[in-house]
Design a protein around this ligand. Structure first.
Ligand SMILES: Nc1nc2c(ncn2[C@@H]2O[C@H](COP(=O)(O)OP(=O)(O)OP(=O)(O)O)[C@@H](O)[C@H]2O)c(=O)[nH]1
Ligand SMILES: [Mg+2]
Length: 220
């Protein structure tokens, strides 16, 4: 549910990284912050944590201006994965324009992934967003570990949903930008259909993607 002010030429978009506790949502944002160019992105806010676990949310903002002068702010949030923080998850999910579901690839986490995804379905419905409508990508994180669900099994389960599924190791820094790029792509298409980003604002998909996912120089 895009915040769009035609008069002011401003648009605020919200992407949410969702998933079970300790799946690597905060680590995804830390890596995005390191891997993406400074130009066009703000600072990462990691809010109150307890033992490195998110209590409220983390936020990484991006800014870009379309040729029409439309100013777009893209806010990327994480939710706290611990079951007890459900009220906060609902609050963060309000008015979301896209979701990345970060699953933990470890065999021991299969049940937690499933219940977190059910929780996402329930909470999206609670905040009035259709899970079939909102841009949604799935990331299987922690691929660097032993004792993980094989990729074939992941695809067998998720393939039939038609959702994009990406493998990643946020710890090692791979699959993270790819996941973000996929979500940004889907979100662009979703907004373009409604607001004509290309036709009304001269902002094509490629430019949108490039501006938001430029690699930072020097470090990898
Ligand atoms: N081995 C491995 N560890 C990871 C990976 N991603 C994250 N971790 C570790 O998993 C732990 C939890 O990561 P966080 O990013 O804090 O997890 P979170 O999903 O934000 O957790 P909550 O805030 O409690 O919901 C940390 O110790 C990370 O270093 C990964 O790809 N591989
Ligand atoms: Mg976190």
């Amino acid at each position: 549910m895009i915040e769009y002010d035609e008069q002011d030429k401003r648009m605020v978009l919200k992407l949410v990284y969702y998933g079970p506790a300790l799946s690597g949502k905060t680590t995804n944002l830390l890596r995005l912050h390191d891997l993406l160019a400074k130009e066009g992105r703000g600072d990462l806010m990691v809010l109150d944590t307890k033992d490195d676990r998110t209590i409220f949310f983390d936020l990484l903002p991006f800014f870009l201006t379309a040729p029409s002068g439309l100013k777009i702010k893209l806010k990327v949030y994480t939710v706290p994965g611990q079951v007890k923080h459900d009220a906060t998850r609902k609050a963060v999910l309000q008015r979301a324009d896209g979701v990345a579901f970060i699953a933990d690839s470890q065999l021991s986490e299969v049940a937690n992934n499933a219940s977190s995804f059910e929780n996402l379905e329930r909470n999206l419905s609670f905040v009035g967003i259709g899970i079939d409508v909102i841009p949604l990508v799935i990331q299987y994180n922690k691929r660097d570990l032993a004792g993980i669900v094989p990729e074939d099994d992941v695809m067998r389960v998720w393939g039939k949903t038609g959702l994009p599924v990406l493998m990643a190791s946020a710890l090692q820094g791979w699959g993270v930008v790819e996941t973000f790029r996929k979500l940004v792509e889907l979100t662009y298409d979703h907004i373009d259909r409604k607001y004509g980003l290309n036709s009304n604002h001269g902002l094509d998909r490629e430019t949108f993607l490039v501006k938001l996912t430029q690699a930072s120089e020097g470090e990898e």
